[in-house]
Design a protein around this ligand. Structure first.
Ligand code: KG4
Ligand code: ZN
Length: 359
């Protein structure tokens, strides 16, 4: 018998994503983004993002149903991003998902979109390994997760103490006068710069911090070092090579991310690293993690670029894992959780939590 058909809806930030997944196969997916509206503000405006979701969600749904050649009544379960993200944005997707699941009387799963960033890889590279280290890197997160079971057992080994990797890239982009969001621009310049020309500091890499924060990151000191370097050069009337600054900065961020992900694998006996999130589009991260994983005899899996930014496929992919694991659907009245913990894969119903408490 074929696996259930899962409809996934994502609206955590500026992307509206809708997708259909059956098992490990993607049938159709659509993503609309309101990012082009934020360049002049230098950041996302939640009000504009929510309105854009309202306008995009139904056309995206119609389009995936048509592409997959299925009717809404053929959907077996609905999964929707419940967090982390912007409350207004999340609310639009959650309301749509609740309405659709009610209309066809199917179970609803409110899922963690960050864990979805890892689950989406199965749609490209096949079934997920039994256990693995997840490195989730985005504008809001930089975390190392030990995934024992993507549906039911995700543990947080470490994370950033200050800025997320994407956020640090965006800030350095702003410092260098690059357009918002700066991450992809800094990446582009870094590819033509010399990564060894300027040596920027690695956070939490020495002394007591090295052990105390074995799997944690800190990028704010690095960002300050970049700012000082640029200001110092200006004061001395020297030219600054934006390419070399970007390359040196990118090297420092990616050195920390990859070294700690490999260390987490070694410590836990995992043989696979999966990376995900908007920052996993970064060219140096992709190159360096491959290099280091290979040297350590590890397998590294990374979604293609179109699945790095937020999308509906990641939500449907995680939804299908929850259905496979046989967990209880969410209650109908769950609310968005802008700070949903990374150890919480889905909005478990109150009844399941009571059972757990009693056990
Ligand atoms: O996961 P995402 O789409 O949104 C959330 O933050 O949840 O990630 C967006 C972040 C932004 O900070 C953006 O600048 C960064 O990922 N980013 C990149 C690259 N592509 C996107 N940063 C560095 N290099 C890139 N190629
Ligand atoms: Zn995301």
């Amino acid at each position: 018998m074929s696996e259930p058909l899962i409809l996934g809806i994502e609206s955590t930030c500026d992307e509206t994503g809708v997708a259909l997944v059956r098992g490990d196969d993607l049938l159709a997916d659509r993503t609309a983004t309101s990012m082009d509206q934020y360049a002049r503000y230098g950041g996302i405006i939640p009000e504009i993002a929510s309105r854009a979701h309202l306008e995009s969600v139904v056309p995206a749904l119609d389009s995936v149903l048509e592409e997959a050649g299925v009717g809404l009544d053929e959907v077996d379960a609905v999964a929707v991003a419940a967090g982390p993200g912007l409350v207004g944005s999340l609310t639009v997707g959650i309301c749509a998902a609740k309405a659709l699941a009610t209309a066809v009387d199917r179970p609803l799963y409110g899922v963690n979109h960050v864990i979805g960033h890892l689950a989406v890889d199965k749609l490209v590279d096949g079934a997920l390994p039994d256990r693995f280290i997840g490195l989730v890197v985005s504008g809001g997160h930089s975390n190392i997760l030990l995934v024992e079971d993507i549906a039911t057992d995700v543990r947080e080994l470490g994370g950033t103490l200050d800025d997320a990797a994407g956020e640090a890239f965006d800030k350095v982009g702003r410092l260098l006068g690059l357009p918002y969001p700066g991450g992809p621009h800094v990446d582009r310049l870094s590819q033509v710069g010399d990564g060894d020309a300027i040596r920027f500091p690695r956070g939490l890499a020495a002394g007591k911090d090295k052990e105390r924060h074995r799997y944690d990151f800190s990028f704010s000191g690095l960002k300050t070092a970049v700012a000082r370097y640029v200001e110092g050069a200006h004061d001395r009337g020297e030219d600054v090579s934006a390419e070399d600054v970007c390359a040196g900065f990118s090297e420092a961020v990616n050195d920390s991310l990859t070294a700690k992900a490999v260390r987490a694998c070694r410590d836990t006996g995992c043989d696979t690293i999966i990376i995900g999130g908007g920052f996993s589009a970064n060219s140096r991260l992709r190159g360096l993690i491959r290099e280091r994983a290979e040297a350590a005899g590890l397998t590294v899996r990374m979604p293609p670029l179109r699945f790095c930014t937020d999308n509906g496929a990641q939500i449907a992919a995680l939804g299908s894992e929850l259905v496979r694991a046989g967990v209880e659907p969410s209650d109908w009245d769950f609310s968005p959780d802008s700070g949903m913990p990374l150890t919480q894969t889905w909005m478990a119903p109150a009844s399941a939590l009571v059972d757990e408490g009693a056990a």
